[in-house]
Design a protein around this ligand. Structure first.
Ligand SMILES: [Zn+2]
Ligand SMILES: [Zn+2]
Length: 453
């Protein structure tokens, strides 16, 4: 106890146990921290949890299979309490997040379906972590990422491979905290869990999943804490720009009762994890994290992806913002070659704004669209020139073989596609005619000399 007194006296946080912080992007899970600290101090995990986190009350071994993760890695009120206790024991900031407790404000307190029944791991991460074992640090270098305990995530965010859930040798699934062996090894046969077959996933799919699961794999959970108030504010703002985006509309789009949405908005109920995913999908967002964005950003994301095909409210304070987003999306689409370039006048007509407004608000983009338009016109014209040259040669050849007078009018009569000359003046066509005559003459001369030889 002297230790505590001195610590308090000197003003630093008293800790009993110390382990090195391990994380790459997302944090280590609490169950992993417990495994490591138990090993380092030679305390059986059962005794550690029982004594320090369960007020000395006995726990059966079954508890370490799965329940321990629902207590320590989830976002229930119990998680929050145990995590604080653990943080104090480890002498770190008591708010440090090594669980999903940062979701406590936005996910219902039972956190249904959040934690996977089976422990999962990436064998490549295990290999790398084992190899990085540092000298003078006798705690295990291998640790479990928190997001591996999330039920919906089945891939490694670093390696784009499927997570494993059973030992390659004895095929058994693993408890979240092994009471027999250090982390990274099979609880039953003690084999290293880093030797497994690699099942890679398609890179495109991996990038997409990384986006979908941003909320569960954030860089620092301590800075990034989603708030329910923000979600409510965003849904209210959504309603103000799309008057038809009622609770019923959203409920229908998500396949849940309108009552659920109404209760979220009134604040009487927190969403379930599943419904957050449904809502994100219904609004065409990339992941549930975007539901908690700042309102202006949230609205832009929703309006731009166009999933909600509802009429805009002309009077909404966000209306001009929406219009601007749509125009800028269109202009960028033209520059990226997704839409055919059109003139500024036509763009103005399309969005019901004046040309000077376009110039004022989007001068840079407008300039690039004009460039794209000129380039587009140039390409079209070059293609037409090629076609005219070809048809002109055919026509002249026919006129010569039929021994008819070569005039522009006669030649044009043989054009199979008359519309291609629409954008050309007579004097330009005469140049093509002369060129065709010269080519034909040259060809015939060549043929004659061939015949003579
Ligand atoms: Zn990995
Ligand atoms: Zn095994």
């Amino acid at each position: 106890m002297i230790h505590f007194e001195y610590a308090g006296y000197y003003g630093y946080n008293p800790s009993i146990f110390m382990i090195h912080d391990r994380s790459i992007t997302g944090p280590e899970s609490n169950t992993s921290r417990i495994s490591r600290v138990s090993l380092k101090y030679g305390i059986p995990p059962t005794a550690f949890v029982q004594h320090y986190l369960n007020d000395g009350k006995a726990l059966n071994r079954e508890f370490f299979q799965f329940e321990v993760a629902t207590c320590l890695n989830s976002c229930t009120p119990k998680t929050k309490r145990l995590e604080r206790q653990l943080n104090i024991l480890l002498g770190v900031d008591s708010d440090k997040c090594n669980s999903y407790s940062f979701l406590e404000d936005v996910v219902d307190s039972k956190a249904h379906g959040l934690i996977s029944k089976q422990r999962k791991w990436c064998h490549l991460c295990y290999q790398e972590r084992r190899d990085k074992r540092r000298p003078f640090d006798n705690s295990n270098a291998i640790f479990d990422d928190l997001y591996w305990s999330m039920d919906r995530i089945n891939i490694c965010m670093l390696h784009a491979v499927k997570l494993s859930s059973s030992c390659t040798w004895c095929k058994k699934s693993q408890p979240y905290i092994s009471t027999t062996v250090e982390i990274g090894h099979c609880h039953y046969c003690h084999a290293f869990l880093g030797n497994s077959n690699t099942i890679s996933i398609n890179e495109q799919e991996w990038l997409q999943l990384r986006e979908v699961f941003t909320l569960f794999y954030a860089n620092t959970y301590s800075e990034y804490r989603p708030r329910k108030a923000q979600l409510v504010k965003n849904l209210k703002a959504l309603r103000s720009i799309f008057p038809s985006a009622t609770s019923r509309y959203l409920g229908d789009a998500m396949g849940v009762s309108e009552d659920i949405v109404r209760k979220w908005i009134s604040g009487s109920r927190k969403p379930q994890l599943d419904t957050l995913f449904l809502l994100q999908k219904a609004l065409g967002l990339f992941g549930p994290h975007q539901l908690f964005y700042d309102t202006q950003v949230f609205l832009k994301k929703v309006a731009l992806n166009g999933r909600i095909a509802l009429k805009l409210n002309k009077k909404s304070e966000y209306n001009s913002l929406m219009l601007e987003s749509r125009i800028s999306k269109f202009l960028n689409g033209v520059i990226a070659g997704q839409h055919e370039p059109i003139s500024r006048t036509k763009i103005a007509q399309r969005f019901g704004v004046s040309e000077s407004y376009l110039q004022r608000r989007f001068s840079g983009l407008c300039q690039r669209v004009s460039d794209a338009l000129s380039e587009h016109r140039f390409t079209i014209r070059s293609q037409q020139v090629l076609r005219i040259e070809y048809q002109m040669e055919q026509a002249v050849s026919t006129l010569i073989s039929k021994d008819r007078t070569i005039t522009l009018e006669n030649a044009l009569n043989y054009f199979t596609q008359k519309e291609i000359i629409k954008n050309f003046q007579d004097y330009e066509l005469l140049v093509f005619l002369q060129k065709a005559i010269d080519t034909q003459k040259a060809k015939r001369k060549k043929n004659r000399s061939k015949n003579i030889r």
